[in-house]
Design a protein around this ligand. Structure first.
Ligand code: EZ4
Ligand code: CO
Length: 404
């Protein structure tokens, strides 16, 4: 028996970047953790949990995971949205953690067990120049990675989102108030194929290559980019356009066979229902923390499986080791896993969130411990106070506010 929930703590910490974590404790002394971090809007989720969710959780049966999910989703009246769904995700994740501990099994065994040997992950090769990015790709290949995302600066632009100053620990939320960068679609479309030509030439056909467009094109521009990248056989082109208009992806599909990955900002199945059922994408990038937890993300992946769409979950540094642990249990168990993004966390972050998933031979392997196999060191967390940090926005060269 796991028993009733008797305590729920919302822990805000910033060991290099901000994280919000929910910890639930049952009457039998079993604890569970869930990630609730929403990059740049952390305190909104913390308040949602503290002010509205925690009072409703105390006294509830911790074993009723689905019922609690439905209660929080339907009971809010205001359905969907990143703040609500991150808060629900944290509760759901913590309840799966508790159930695993009570059952004495790692969560992936509760989800049906292993469907593969390991979770193939991709790393981030970023650099200002093509020469620099070739060195970064080589570094990942030498570490054993089977897949690498490649981003370079765009010549003529002062900064490019997705290209960090730090190599292994890239962090895009760079200022308390959103900073403003400049964007040029013309320069970007001319430059990007030349980068991938060099990378393919240097590394051969086997390494999986990916590229993130960060929602900065229109559908017809994305069609052109995808077509110009076809000779380099990318595994995916990510977020080519903002995805509110799901039917807009039809236009991209008509023009290119470069596979498409979308969905790091999605929070429910309704954000990708048309994208999936019309087979307009190849990978769905929703993840545990922003898409309603393990329970709801599994629903998204099940729908995707019907339409040849595979998972490709977001795994940047703003998703804490708690989210990564949960993602790995889902990734290893679902039939239609594709790829998992993996950006390393800093040593401080790893110390605040002790975990035992590990990287081996290009794969991440989920914990074998009961539950999720991750915790939060609350004392250490308290030594890293919250610091406001926002994601940047882009303006075109004439000053027009652009997407991202
Ligand atoms: O912009 O994690 O694929 N990864 C990305 C990331 C996201 C940030 C947003 O919080 O696009 O850099
Ligand atoms: Co992305």
């Amino acid at each position: 028996m796991a028993g009733r929930i008797v305590d729920a703590r919302v822990i805000i910490t910033s060991p290099g970047r901000n994280f919000v974590t929910l910890k639930l404790i049952t009457e039998d002394g079993v604890s569970g953790v869930g990630d609730a971090t929403l990059n740049g809007r952390e305190l909104a989720v913390a308040s949602y949990l503290t002010d509205h969710v925690v009072p409703a959780l105390i006294g509830r049966d911790s074993a009723r995971i689905e019922d609690t999910w439905q209660y929080l989703y339907k009971g809010a009246y205001w359905r969907r949205g990143p703040v609500t769904m991150s808060a629900i995700a944290a509760v759901d994740t913590a309840l799966w953690d508790i159930l695993g501990k009570v059952a004495g099994l790692p969560v992936y065994r509760l989800l049906g067990g292993r469907s593969r040997e390991g979770v193939t992950v991709y790393g981030h090769a970023n650099a200002e120049t093509v020469g620099g990015v070739l060195e970064e790709v080589a570094r990942y290949r030498d570490l054993g990675y089977r897949a690498v995302r490649v981003q370079t600066s765009v010549p003529g632009l002062r900064t490019t989102y997705g290209v960090g100053k730090d190599r292994m620990f890239y962090e895009p939320a760079d200022a308390a108030i959103a900073s403003e960068a400049t964007w040029s679609t013309e320069r970007y479309l001319a430059h990007t194929p030349t980068v991938f030509a060099r990378v393919r030439e240097e590394f051969g056909p086997e390494l999986k290559l990916l590229h993130d467009v960060h929602h900065r094109l229109t559908p017809i521009e994305a069609g052109r980019l995808g077509r110009s990248l076809e000779p380099y056989a990318l595994t995916w082109m990510e977020d080519p356009v903002p995805a509110e208009l799901q039917e807009g992806f039809r236009l991209i599909r008509q023009h290119t066979t470069t596979p498409i990955a979308v969905g790091e900002v999605f929070n429910t199945v309704w954000d990708c229902q048309q994208l999936i059922s019309e087979q307009l994408i190849d990978y769905v990038r929703a993840t545990v923390v922003h898409a309603g937890g393990i329970s709801h993300l599994r629903r998204i992946f099940d729908l995707a499986a019907l339409y040849h769409v595979r998972s490709g979950s977001h795994g940047a540094t703003d998703l804490s080791p708690v989210c990564m642990s949960a993602a790995l249990h889902l990734d290893i168990s679902i039939p239609n896993f594709g790829l998992q993004e993996y950006m390393r966390h800093t040593e401080e972050t790893d110390a605040v969130f002790p975990h035992d998933y590990r990287f081996e031979n290009g794969y991440l392997l989920p914990s074998e411990a009961p539950g999720l196999g991750v915790d939060i060191d609350e004392k250490l967390a308290a030594t890293f106070p919250y610091r406001p940090a926002s994601l940047p926005v882009n303006r075109l060269e004439d000053g027009t506010l652009h997407s991202w």
